[in-house]
Design a protein around this ligand. Structure first.
Ligand SMILES: Cc1cc2nc3c(=O)[nH]c(=O)nc-3n(C[C@H](O)[C@H](O)[C@H](O)COP(=O)(O)O)c2cc1C
Length: 302
């Protein structure tokens, strides 16, 4: 049985990657299992300078998911290159750096810096507030998606994955805009904006008032968006949102994903990504699949 997939010139031994922000830089998870057994690992979102993240409550449980407003806490790109990247690269897996910024020039500078390292791919988180557009995220309007992608493409000497926000009017338009701007692959979905209320205090539960919803509750939205994006573009798609099992992986691949990322599942079960990767061949056997590649986009509609 074949579980290997090709993504932007790299071969992933299986289509399972980890999702940014749910796996640190892999060290803590490597104490549970060899993270080199995963197809790829994606680190926490990096900014130019270190960030402490948001004050107050940062995570709230919801039915079948969580809300988070961590606020991009990270040690900064230079610390990452010096202290975390060598560890990640010592593992037999594809290493992806996730990048965040609040201006186009932030993104350009981080990506330029990362292009000088041996990181395998760069993933652009465009759900960040754009200071020049009054705080509206880069990823909301297709024009913003195209602009930031094109600018970064000009500086990027690595395969460039653009991670799409689901908080948009039409995901297909945003997918096309990223492709037009020069993305080599797309990943989706990032979290869905939500909030939680504390009845006792009559206050928002999260310190930041709103947060990003993730986990199994977002899976149906993610599957729908992966399908719509797949039909709109020809670059490969990495699907994510609520993946908890090998069956979920097969569903995302049928909808059009070449690879997937496991996020929130890592938080409640540190073995989740490995368990899913190891269970993949059992699920393939059950559904009479000999090569995962045969599934990509093969959903039968109508
Ligand atoms: C605690 C937490 C932190 C996150 N931090 C980032 C981040 O730094 N950059 C990013 O692109 N996505 C970040 N995400 C979004 C996830 O990578 C993923 O897109 C989302 O959670 C949906 O997948 P899931 O339902 O499997 O978690 C974060 C998610 C969570 C739960």
């Amino acid at each position: 049985m074949n579980t290997a997939v090709k993504l932007c010139g790299h071969t992933l031994k299986n289509p399972i990657m980890t999702a940014s922000g749910t796996f640190g830089f892999g060290r803590e998870y490597d104490e549970f299992y060899d993270i080199g057994r995963l197809g790829g690992i994606v680190g926490k979102g990096l900014t130019l300078a270190p960030r402490e993240g948001n004050d107050g409550v940062r995570i709230a449980e919801t039915p079948s998911g969580i809300l988070n407003c961590v606020g991009l806490q990270n040690p900064g790109v230079e610390y990452f290159i010096e202290n975390e990247l060598p560890f990640m690269k010592s593992k037999d897996t594809v290493v992806v750096a996730n990048v965040a910024g609040s201006t186009v020039s932030d993104y350009e500078r981080i990506v330029e810096r990362l292009s000088d390292t041996d990181v395998d791919m760069i993933e652009l988180n465009i759900s960040c507030p754009n200071v020049k557009s009054g705080g509206m995220a880069f990823g909301v309007l297709p024009s913003g998606v195209e602009e930031v992608t094109r600018a970064v493409r000009g500086k990027c000497r690595k395969p460039l994955i653009v991670k799409l926000s689901p908080n948009v009017a039409n995901i297909a338009d945003n997918a096309k805009a990223a492709e037009l701007g020069g993305a080599d692959a797309l990943s989706l979905i990032n979290t869905i904006t939500g909030m939680a209320v504390d009845l006792k205090s009559r206050k928002p539960l999260l310190g930041n008032v709103t947060g990003g919803l993730s986990g199994p509750c977002v899976k149906p939205v993610a599957l729908r968006m992966v399908r719509q994006a797949y039909k709109a573009v020809s670059v490969p798609i990495i699907g994510l949102g609520g993946i908890e099992s090998a069956e979920d992986v097969l569903e995302f691949m049928l909808c059009g994903a070449t690879a997937v990322q496991v996020g929130t599942a890592n938080i409640h079960d540190p073995y989740a990504a490995l368990r899913i990767a190891e269970d993949l061949t059992n699920a393939m056997k059950k559904y009479k699949i000999t090569d995962v590649n045969e599934l990509i986009g093969a959903l039968i509609e109508g």
